[in-house]
Design a binder for this molecule. Structure first.
Ligand SMILES: Cc1ncc(COP(=O)(O)OP(=O)(O)O)c(N)n1
Ligand SMILES: Cc1nc(C(=O)O)sc1CCOP(=O)(O)O
Ligand SMILES: [Mg+2]
Length: 213
């Protein structure tokens, strides 16, 4: 599973574009994964958006992950779900999910990362690595040293999210991230496809330069 660039959709900063429109443009630019994240929609409307993104990601060979909602992820045939520390416990989700279903977990420390991996997480995401305005309760960033420590401690893909853009993605990869998850750097851009292309190029260069996977 390649997670180089994982785009999280957000209509609130998407310049009037829908989740599906944002996903379509991001996949066109080469996004490896799309996450549907929306705390405002009804379950029915979230499922409708999920079905649309499932169609877009299947056509474009990108992974489709749903934030928080395992029920919606399963109903839409998504590839996985992303769970935070206060969401459905990983153990409970794994008991319900089918074999091969991807479960990603937000972590803020080596300890949380090790616990998530021991519980069967398929990837972990340092959340946040830098401070961000895209999530009110994200808190200040944990930083690159914690990212490097998590990379050294676990065997699953390690992502980072929070305040990542063209200006700092290289150092995030150099610090050990296998990939990055972004919102505003892509969905806040006037040209989503070009923003994805730019980030993908920077990630590839950083991995090539640092001999990373
Ligand atoms: C890839 C990725 N990493 C972290 C998060 C944050 O998830 P969570 O801690 O559950 O917070 P909310 O996104 O639910 O507000 C994420 N969504 N995706
Ligand atoms: C969805 C999310 N979760 C975070 C966490 O720390 O748990 S930070 C974040 C938002 C990331 O947006 P941007 O790429 O615009 O900084
Ligand atoms: Mg959550």
């Amino acid at each position: 599973m390649a997670y180089d660039l994982y785009v999280v959709t957000d209509e609130a900063i998407g310049r009037g574009r829908t989740h599906a429109e944002l996903a379509r443009s991001a996949v066109a630019g080469g996004a490896d994964a799309i996450q549907l994240r929306d705390k405002t929609l009804s379950c029915r409307d979230l499922l409708a958006a999920a079905h649309e993104i499932r169609a877009v990601t299947s056509a474009g060979d990108a992974l489709f992950i749903v934030n928080d909602r395992l029920d919606v992820a399963l109903a839409a045939g998504a590839d996985g779900v992303h769970l935070g520390q206060s969401d459905l416990p990983l153990e409970s989700a794994r008991r319900i999910a089918p074999p091969g279903f991807i479960i990603g977990v937000s972590v803020g420390s080596v300890e949380e990362a090790a616990f998530a991996v021991a519980g069967g997480a398929d990837y972990v995401a340092l959340s946040p690595v830098f401070s961000t305005g895209s999530k009110e309760d994200a808190g200040s960033g944990y930083g690159l040293a914690v990212l490097a420590a998590i990379r050294s401690a676990v065997s699953v893909p390690v992502l980072a999210i929070g305040g990542i853009g063209c200006h700092n993605v290289g150092e995030v990869i150099a610090a050990g991230a296998d990939g990055v998850a972004v919102i505003s750097a892509v969905v806040g851009a006037s040209d989503v496809t070009a923003a994805v292309c730019g980030l993908k190029s920077l990630i590839a260069a950083a991995k090539e330069g640092g001999g990373r996977r």
